[in-house]
Design a protein around this ligand. Structure first.
Ligand SMILES: *[C@@H]1O[C@H](CO)[C@@H](O)[C@H](O)[C@H]1NC(C)=O
Ligand SMILES: *[C@@H]1O[C@H](CO)[C@@H](O)[C@H](O)[C@H]1NC(C)=O
Length: 464
C-alpha cells in the first residue's frame, strides 16, 4: 500500500470523523496512534472522556469485579446451546449437533451429563476432520462437580420469572445445561471468515434500524460505501444511533478478546494464548480499517457507559435486605453480597455517568414506540445467537446479549426501581439469577476489554 493511498484514506477518514479535533497525520503516526489517536477525549452523544473511564475501570473496578465473577454464584450460567437457528438452516457444518463432540477429557464429568447425547454418527465422523479445529477450540466444557449440581438445584428455587427484555432462553428445557464460565473462557476459537461475518452482517443489516438500500460490506476488511453509511447513521435520531452503537460496541469487545487471547502456539505439548498485535491492528487500526477501527473502539466505550449506568441504577434492588446471592454457603454468600454492594457503590460514585434522559426524551407516544422497537430488535438479536456455529462463541454471545438486554431492561424500569419497597418481595421489578449472572459477566467482559486496550496500547507503543 503506497503512501498516496494512505494519504487519501487519511483525508477521507478526517472528513468522516465527526471527531473532536484529533485529526490524522497519517504517515508519521505510530502504530499505537493509528488505533487510538481518535479514541481519546470526549465521546459522541455523551460528556465523558475516555481517559477518565480508563482510570476508573482499570484501577478501581476491574480487580474487584474479577474477584466477584470468580465466585460460585457468578461462574455458573445455565444456557441452552442446542436451540436450532430460527432464521436459516445451520450455516456451518461445525455448528451441527453431531459435530459438537464434547472433549470428555476428565472423569469429573458427571454421568448424568455424559450419557445425555454426543454419539458419533457416521456422518459426524466424516465431518470430523473439517470440524476438528472448531470442536477443539470452540467446544464447551460442561463438567460440573456433583456438589455444584446439587447446589444449582437449590438456586432455581430462588428465582421467579418476569418479563424479559431478551428472548427467554428456555432454561427449563432438558437441553439447557449449566456451564462453568471459568472453564470456558472467551478466546480465539478459529471461528471466523464468512460464517462469522454472516452472523454480524445479519445483525447489522436487518436489526439495526438500517434502511435496505445501503449495503454494508460483508467482509469487514473490505472497502465499501462507508461514507454513505456514516452519513446515514448521522441522520438517525439519537436512540436508533445508540442501538447501532451498542451492537457495534459488543462486536468490538468480542474482537478485543479474541485478539488478546489468540492461540499463538498449538502443539501437542503446549497451547499458548496471548496478545496478537497483527490481529488487533487488522480490526482496529485506523488506516487498515479505513477509519472504522477507532469508531468501533469508541462504540465499545459507549457500551461500557450504558452498562455502567444500568448498574448504578439497579443498586436499590441489590441493597434490599431480602436479596441474597444464594448458593447455600451462608458466610460466602454474605461476603459476596458485600463485595457486590461495594462494587455498585463504586460505580454509583463515577462522576461522569451517561445521561440516559437524552434517550426517549421526545413526545410520549413516540418514546413508547421506540422502546418497543428496541425491544423487538433486541430479542431478535438474541435469537440470532442460536445461529452462531461455534459453541463457545454461542455461549458468550448469548450471555453478553442477555447481559446487555438486562441492562436495557433496568434503564427502562427506572420508575419501577425507584418505587420498589424497601423490604419484602418486589413484584414490580425483579431480576432472575440468570439475568444477574449475565448482567455482571457481560459487564465483566467489557471491563476486561477496556483493560486490554491499555495492554494493546503499550504493546503497540513498543513496536515503534
Ligand atoms: C429479525 O431477524 C430476521 C433475520 O435476520 C429478519 O428477517 C427480521 O426482519 C427481523 N425482525 C426484526 C423485528 O428486526
Ligand atoms: C496473528 O494473527 C494473524 C492474523 O491476523 C495471523 O496471520 C498470525 O499468524 C497470528 N500470529 C501468531 C503468532 O499466531
Amino acid at each position: 500500500m503506497g503512501r498516496g493511498w494512505g494519504l487519501l484514506i487519511g483525508l477521507l477518514g478526517a472528513v468522516w470523523l465527526l471527531s473532536s479535533g484529533h485529526g490524522g497525520q497519517q504517515s508519521s503516526e505510530t502504530a499505537a496512534q493509528r488505533c487510538f489517536c481518535q479514541v481519546s477525549g470526549y465521546l459522541d452523544d455523551c460528556t465523558c472522556d475516555v481517559e477518565t473511564i480508563d482510570r476508573f475501570n482499570n484501577y478501581r473496578l476491574f480487580p474487584r469485579l474479577q474477584k466477584l465473577l470468580e465466585s460460585d454464584y457468578f461462574r455458573y450460567y445455565k444456557v441452552n446451546l442446542k436451540r436450532p437457528c430460527p432464521f436459516w438452516n445451520d450455516i456451518s457444518q461445525c455448528g451441527r449437533r453431531d459435530c459438537a463432540v464434547k472433549p470428555c477429557q476428565s472423569d469429573e464429568v458427571p454421568d448424568g451429563i455424559k450419557s445425555a447425547s454426543y454419539k458419533y454418527s457416521e456422518e459426524a465422523n466424516n465431518l470430523l476432520e473439517e470440524c476438528e479445529q472448531a470442536e477443539r477450540l470452540g467446544a464447551v466444557d460442561e463438567s460440573l462437580s456433583e456438589e455444584t449440581q446439587k447446589a444449582v438445584l437449590q438456586w432455581t428455587k430462588h428465582d421467579d420469572s418476569s418479563d424479559n427484555f431478551c428472548e427467554a432462553d428456555d432454561i427449563q428445557s432438558p437441553d439447557a445445561e449449566y456451564v462453568d464460565l471459568l472453564l470456558n473462557p472467551e478466546r480465539y476459537t478459529g471461528y471466523k471468515g464468512p460464517d462469522a461475518w454472516k452472523i454480524w452482517n445479519v445483525i447489522y443489516e436487518e436489526n439495526c434500524f438500517k434502511p435496505q438500500t445501503i449495503k454494508r460490506p460483508l467482509n469487514p476488511l473490505a472497502s465499501g460505501q462507508e461514507n454513505t453509511f456514516y452519513s446515514w447513521l448521522e441522520g438517525l435520531c439519537v436512540e436508533k444511533r445508540a442501538f447501532y452503537r451498542l451492537i457495534s460496541g459488543l462486536h468490538a469487545s468480542i474482537n478485543v478478546h479474541l485478539s488478546a487471547r489468540y492461540l499463538l502456539q498449538d502443539t501437542w505439548l503446549e497451547k499458548k494464548w496471548g496478545h496478537n498485535i497483527t490481529e488487533f491492528q487488522q480490526r482496529f487500526d485506523g488506516i487498515l480499517t479505513e477509519g472504522e477501527g477507532p469508531r468501533r473502539l469508541k462504540n465499545l466505550y459507549f457500551l461500557y457507559l450504558i452498562e455502567l449506568r444500568a448498574l448504578s441504577k439497579v443498586l436499590p434492588f441489590f441493597e434490599r435486605p431480602d436479596f441474597q446471592l444464594f448458593t447455600g454457603n451462608k458466610i460466602q454468600d454474605a461476603e459476596n453480597k458485600m463485595l457486590l454492594l461495594e462494587i455498585l457503590h463504586e460505580i454509583k460514585s463515577f462522576p461522569l455517568h451517561f445521561d440516559e434522559n437524552s434517550f426517549f426524551a421526545g413526545d410520549k407516544k413516540e418514546a413508547h414506540k421506540l422502546k418497543e422497537d428496541f425491544r423487538l430488535h433486541f430479542r431478535n438479536i438474541s435469537r440470532i445467537m442460536d445461529c452462531v456455529g461455534c459453541f463457545k462463541c454461542r455461549l458468550w454471545g448469548k450471555l453478553q446479549t442477555q447481559g446487555l438486554g438486562t441492562a436495557l431492561k433496568i434503564l427502562f424500569s427506572e420508575k419501577l426501581i425507584a418505587n420498589m419497597p424497601e423490604s419484602g418481595p418486589s413484584y414490580e421489578f425483579h431480576l432472575t439469577r440468570q439475568e444477574i449472572v449475565s448482567l455482571f459477566n457481560a459487564f465483566g467482559r467489557i471491563s476486561t476489554s477496556v483493560k486490554e486496550l491499555e495492554n494493546f496500547r503499550n504493546l503497540l507503543q513498543n513496536i515503534h
